[in-house]
Design a protein around this ligand. Structure first.
Ligand SMILES: [Zn+2]
Ligand SMILES: [Zn+2]
Length: 493
């Protein structure tokens, strides 16, 4: 039994960076890992799993790879305690994780082969981690050792949740990724008013006080499309988008606004869309009503899937305008690099709608690099590398993020009334800026705000935690005393 740090946390990644999120929460008796993600870039980075002996359970906040991608690695390293309880997440997160982790495994295999390194995990580990998943709905609680855990809606992507983790020592909220309030056209906003002692909060847009109004963002997106086709009636617009969330957000927007041009989607969106169709019950009232009452698909509208090479080439060669939505959002996998390589001319438009991480082809293009390397599928469905001289027109729509800007993060944090706030999941300027905003806030000013370091262990202690530990020590001493006197009695006889 550890006498001093009765409850502590360690950040295995995701500090002063976006990617490889993972927090180890440890009490005397129980260890749980919250999220276990990858950091994608030129070379994938992994959470510091070497700092873990074994865990009793894993909790996933949502299906994005920066929160789930290293899960098979945890299984391959056999970091599971003998009484391992499983991987817990919401039903949509599990359904999306099947698709996302399978895809991530493929991309990892390509990378390992390219680098000539021994694979870090195999097919069996992937299957094992997914078969150990257990689903829990929003607002239901479950116990793992010392902890009682509940899921709340976080408004970030389908199935995303923030966690309330209660114990005798106090209450921790791990926010995961939080969506801006009332910005999604299909999700409920993040829930507020869940109280805690300690809060672990994301900072992706910590340096942006407010996103543009969502109506304005939607208007400029549809305006760009209409204006572009007026000037380039034979042009194509390629929208690289994440395999889920942003894609559905755009599909729903274009469907609601009856965009009068041929609309196509390709790649993993075809699979994630099936998950969306099967989990409408986890969306907002308007979407539920449209699906269950009027029996219309809330997303597909006039969108057509592209399934074969013939269909793809037909759209590429066609003289008609077309909008093609394809993952990945950062042009580092999926079908978007294929379309970019074929549509790379001044007549067409590459329209970014997503966050572009450093070192990805998407970020390089946005930064104005004229020659970039992309990895793409060829006509034989094999991956190949291509050097591309960027000729296509480029535009970016700001403000469509699935992450809350600083103002909404502050509202969320205020409503939790925490004593300590750990700021994670952000590039350094964003984390520092959010720290500055919170330090000056009249409501949060009494909270201790911490920008954690990766190697450090943070003890979470409150007054009651101190008393609780003392109580436990006294109980242990009492039982030791009892055992000693029993032994003495035995010896006497
Ligand atoms: Zn996310
Ligand atoms: Zn994230």
């Amino acid at each position: 039994m550890r006498l001093v740090n009765c409850l502590d946390i360690r950040f295995l990644g995701g500090v002063r960076e976006i990617g490889r999120s993972g927090v180890l929460l440890e009490s005397d008796e129980t260890k749980i890992l919250v999220d276990c993600g990858l950091k994608l870039g030129e070379r994938t980075e992994y959470p510091r799993l070497d700092q873990i002996d074994s865990v009793d359970a894993v909790i996933l906040t949502h299906a994005h790879i920066d929160h789930t991608g290293a899960l098979p690695l945890l299984f391959s390293l056999k970091k599971l305690s003998p009484n391992f309880k499983g991987v817990f997440c919401t039903p949509p997160t599990l359904a999306l994780s099947h698709i996302m982790l399978r895809d991530s495994f493929k991309l990892q295999q390509i990378e390992w082969e390219k680098l000539g390194v021994t694979p870090l995990y195999g097919y069996q580990d992937l299957v094992e981690c997914l078969s150990n998943c257990k689903t829990v709905n929003y607002h239901s609680s479950f116990d793992i050792g010392d902890f009682t855990i509940s899921f709340f809606e976080s408004g970030h992507v389908l199935g995303s949740c923030f966690l309330k983790i209660e114990s005798d020592y106090g209450t921790l909220i791990y926010a995961g990724d939080i969506g801006g309030f009332y910005r999604s056209n299909h999700l409920n906003p993040a829930e507020t008013g869940v109280r805690c002692d300690w809060l672990i909060l994301e900072s992706t847009y910590g340096a942006t006080l407010q996103h543009l109004s969502i109506k304005q963002v939607h208007n400029s997106l549809t305006e760009i499309v209409r204006n572009y086709f007026e000037e380039h009636p034979h042009g194509k617009i390629l929208i690289p988008a994440f395999a889920f969330a942003r894609s559905q957000e755009i599909m729903r927007l274009f469907s609601l606004r009856n965009i009068p041009y041929p609309l196509y989607y390709d790649g993993m969106i075809k699979e994630t869309q099936k998950v969306y169709d099967a989990h409408v019950a986890y969306m907002n009232e308007e979407v539920k009503n449209q699906f269950y009452q009027t029996r219309q698909n809330p997303f597909l509208g006039n969108f057509t899937p592209l399934d074969t090479m013939e269909q793809r080439w037909e759209v590429i060669r066609s003289k008609k305008p077309a909008i093609i939505l394809a993952p990945s959002g950062m042009l580092n996998g999926g079908w978007s690099p294929f379309y970019l390589s074929k549509l790379n001319s001044l007549e067409n438009l590459l329209l970014f709608v997503s966050y572009e991480a450093e070192e990805t082809p998407g970020r390089r293009i946005l930064d104005g690099e004229k020659k970039i390397k992309i990895t793409l599928l060829n006509d034989e469905y094999e991956w190949s590398e291509e050097e591309l001289e960027v000729k296509i027109r480029v535009a970016k729509i700001e403000g469509l993020s699935a992450h809350a800007a600083a103002d909404d993060l502050r509202t969320f944090a205020r409503s939790c009334k925490p004593e300590k706030i750990f700021l994670v999941h952000g590039e350094p300027p964003d984390v520092e800026s959010l720290n500055g905003i919170f330090q000056k806030d009249r409501i949060l000013k009494d909270a201790e705000i911490i920008i954690p370091q990766g190697e450090k262990r943070y003890a979470l202690k409150t007054e009651t935690a101190g008393k609780e530990v003392l109580k436990r020590i006294m109980e242990r001493l009492d039982s030791l005393e009892e055992r000693m006197s029993r032994m003495e009695n035995k010896l006497d006889h």
